[in-house]
Design a protein around this ligand. Structure first.
Ligand code: F6P
Length: 752
């Protein structure tokens, strides 16, 4: 493996080096090719000039003895003088010419082709040499004077073969010089290029991780890349916009779309869901083991996604018969009638459940995030159990993971610490955390004594999802207030402790088409059924509310609005019946017990006030109902009231809309729900304002059929398009994009 990495590395650097070195070698060769003849010519000229000077000097030296001997006409001595003079190793031959140009004396070495005039080539270019059969020579003719009068001339022939020798030496040295220069420049270039390459790569990798994007004007990873930061950010944004546009415009989201997405974008990577609440609860009933589906928005949304993805769901096994149906690894295949995925159950002791679930999660974080005028309670013991249980789930994730990079969907406020714990065990995992409840403003969150630990834990996520942009904004502001991080508001990312977290809004939704669409009874049948079972008048106007028995749901405010409407519009007394389904929830907590009692007391008071022998305005059904039963109520009701005092999304609103395929019925919706930002055709109310809610209820009961149809049609289109598959799909697409980016960044650093 190591050898392959090194081979890859050297191959890549060889290719990279060649890219620099080859053009350099070509340029240096051309330069050498042009330079060598130039240097040759230059040195030749210098030599010719030197020989001219030398010739003149020799002629001047010989002048006096020669003139003397010429005067004596001593031929033998003249010849000896000439012969002696050419003992000089360079002077090759000498001759003496009369002033008439006749060669009178000569050394035996003087070539016969040379006479008393300069050869044509030399005459044309005095700085050239002459090539004779003996070799290259330099010829100079210098005058011999007596008393200032020219009496003849001396022909001096210098051997120039040494020039050729020197020229070839020079040529060799110049070529060696160029070669050494080329190699040195190449080495320096390759070295500098390699260093810059590494710098650029780490810079680009940092930008891909978002570091350069986090603070656009802060010090970028390498200063050369500073101009690229903006471009890269723009590119990423436009790609993201394109992707979202394509996603929003063309894709109709179904379980198949989600399945295909998993196979295409995430190449079938393993999906693990972690939540506190399990999707199916096995309970010991009178007739053996019964299976229940809990009243939970989280389960409503995530269960269909899991059926499409076929992964593993890790959850707290809280049912009385849960242990009886699991295998020895605490796993059970579900849904029971048509198993699609695996449920892995985690067992908690009563103390652990009391501290982690009832205590820290539901007495602390739940009221802290909802700001519904119930004070949060924080105890150290609860916190310690919260930490412990989060770790237990993290261990289970590591155990269930079939690879080192699964996609883990962490659900809700029960697992604020889990993302960072998962990242410690599986650094390459893609952790998508979805916070199903609102995120408060920084001041409110500041109450939590373990705020930094929670934020650190959550920032272990690759993606952190909330229902609305407003909650994302609150979260970013809280992080800014509590931790030392780099926040990029434009791209909604937080860089903290080496992890980049995308904080994004993903409005949750429900499955579409609704699960019972094919099999459920008609609206007329449902209505008849409800009327019969509640013993109502056939002409009754029916209102429905479906909630867990929770103080955030605005159940008391809803009852007061019903009461006020009955007061203001007495004609509705005897005719309007409000059915409140309230699933028991967290009843071990004092706050919930007290709330349950208050609801019962209020309902009793209102019923007493308006009751006749055959009529009670409010029918409180404080017990668990299976989803099919609830759907029957939705289809029977003329109005559905959702009056939460604060709610992340509220899926009851969407379920009601989905159930009304007859396009009838009116949705009355609290402005403090996430759903109110999508379902604009609902009658939106402030649940704290009792008269306003009562008016809206009256208006709903009197709304003309055509208006109901128009409103319902528009809301159904929204829920149809923005269903739960899109919710999960958008998160998974973002996850796939981030995974791709991380893989690319890792590849840039690694050999191909
Ligand atoms: O709103 C948060 C949430 O997790 C919902 O998804 C769900 O409806 C509810 O809380 C369930 O609460 P519990 O699991 O405590 O019954």
């Amino acid at each position: 493996m190591k050898a392959r990495v090194w081979t890859g590395l050297s191959l890549r650097s060889l290719r990279l080096s060649l890219r620099f070195v080859l053009p350099l070698a070509v340029a240096i060769t051309i330069l050498a090719y042009v330079t060598v003849p130039l240097v040759d010519q230059l040195t030749l000229r210098w030599f010719v000039r030197d020989l001219d000077i030398r010739s003149r000097f020799i002629a001047a030296t010989l002048q006096e003895p020669l003139v003397d001997l010429l005067g004596q006409e001593n031929k033998a001595k003249i010849n000896r003088l000439l012969q002696r003079s050419i003992q000089d190793e360079r002077l090759f031959a000498l001759g003496y010419c009369s002033k008439e140009g006749k060669l009178l004396y000569r050394t035996s070495t003087l070539p016969s082709s040379l006479g008393c005039t300069l050869p044509i080539a030399k005459a044309r270019d005095p700085k050239s040499m002459i090539r004779l059969p003996q070799g290259p020579v330099h010829v100079a003719i210098d005058p011999i004077e007596q008393d200032g009068v020219t009496i003849g001339s001396l022909v001096l022939v210098h051997d120039m073969s040494f020039v050729e020798r020197r020229s070839s030496d020079t040529r060799r040295y110049v070529i060696i010089l160029f070669a050494v220069l080329g190699v040195t420049i190449s080495l320096i270039t390759v070295f500098v290029a390699h260093l810059s390459w590494r710098g650029w790569m780490s810079g680009v990798r940092a930008m891909l991780r978002g570091e350069g994007l986090v603070r656009p004007f802060s010090q970028p990873p390498t200063s050369e890349l500073q101009p690229l930061v903006g471009d890269l950010r723009a590119l990423l944004r436009s790609l993201d916009a394109e992707r979202r546009f394509a996603d929003d415009a063309s894709v109709s989201w179904t379980p198949d779309t989600l399945r295909n997405l998993l196979h295409k974008e995430l190449t079938g990577d393993q999906v693990i869901v972690v939540s506190n609440r399990e999707p199916y609860i096995h309970l010991k009933g009178q007739n053996g083991i019964e299976v229940h589906r809990p009243a939970s928005g989280l389960v409503t949304a995530v269960e269909p996604v899991m059926r499409a993805c076929s992964g593993t769901w890790i959850a707290h096994g809280s049912g009385t018969a849960d242990r009886e149906v699991v295998d020895r690894y605490d796993r059970v295949r579900i849904p029971p009638d048509r198993p699609d995925y695996t449920l892995r159950r985690i067992w908690l002791t009563a103390e652990e459940e009391a501290g982690y679930y009832y205590g820290f999660a539901n007495e602390g974080l739940w009221p802290l995030c909802h700001i519904a005028h119930v004070r949060p309670v924080f105890r150290t013991g609860d916190w310690e159990r919260y930490v412990l249980v989060n770790q237990r789930f993290a261990d289970a994730v590591a155990k269930e993971a079939k690879s080192d990079d699964p996609v883990v969907l962490v659900q809700d406020y029960h697992f604020g610490l889990l993302p960072a714990m998962i990242r410690r065990d599986l650094p390459k995992a893609t952790v998508i955390t979805f916070w199903h409840i609102p995120w408060p403003n920084p001041e409110s969150f500041g109450i939590c004594p373990w705020r930094e630990d929670l934020l650190n834990g959550m920032l272990g996520s690759t993606i952190l999802g909330f229902h609305t942009r407003f909650h994302c904004k609150n979260f970013l502001e809280t992080v800014d207030r509590c931790l030392e991080t780099r926040i990029e508001h434009e791209s909604s990312t937080v860089f903290h402790g080496g992890t980049l977290t995308l904080v994004e809004s993903y409005p949750i939704s429900i499955q579409w088409p609704p699960p019972w669409q094919e099999t459920q009874p008609s609206v007329v049948e449902c209505r008849a059924d409800v009327v019969r079972s509640l013993d109502l008048d056939e002409r009754s106007l029916i209102g429905i509310g479906v909630d867990r028995m929770d103080y955030t749901k605005g159940i008391l405010e809803r009852m007061r609005a019903v009461e006020r409407m009955l007061e203001l519009h007495p004609e509705t007394v005897g005719r309007f019946v409000f059915v409140q389904i309230a699933a028991p929830s967290r009843s071990a907590l004092e706050e919930y017990k007290a709330f349950d009692a208050r609801v019962h007391a209020l309902v009793a008071r209102i019923n007493q006030r308006f009751a006749t022998d055959t009529y009670e305005p409010i029918c409180l059904k404080a017990e668990h109902h299976e989803p099919e039963e609830i759907s029957r109520y939705y289809r029977a009701a003329d109005v559905c009231m959702v009056t939460s005092l604060h709610d992340g999304m509220n899926l009851v609103a969407k379920e009601y809309v989905a159930a009304r395929d007859d396009e009838r019925g009116v949705l009355l919706l609290s402005q403090f729900t996430g759903a109110a930002q999508e379902l604009h055709e609902a009658l939106v109310v402030n649940p704290y304002h009792i008269e306003q809610t009562a008016d809206a209820l009256y208006r709903a009961l009197n709304m003309p059929e055509y208006e109901q149809r128009e409103r319902m049609r528009s809301m159904r289109a929204i829920v149809h398009d923005f269903n739960v598959y899109r919710w999960a799909g958008r998160m998974l697409i973002d996850a796939a994009r981030i995974r791709q980016r991380e893989k690319l960044a890792a590849r840039i650093g690694r050999p191909l």
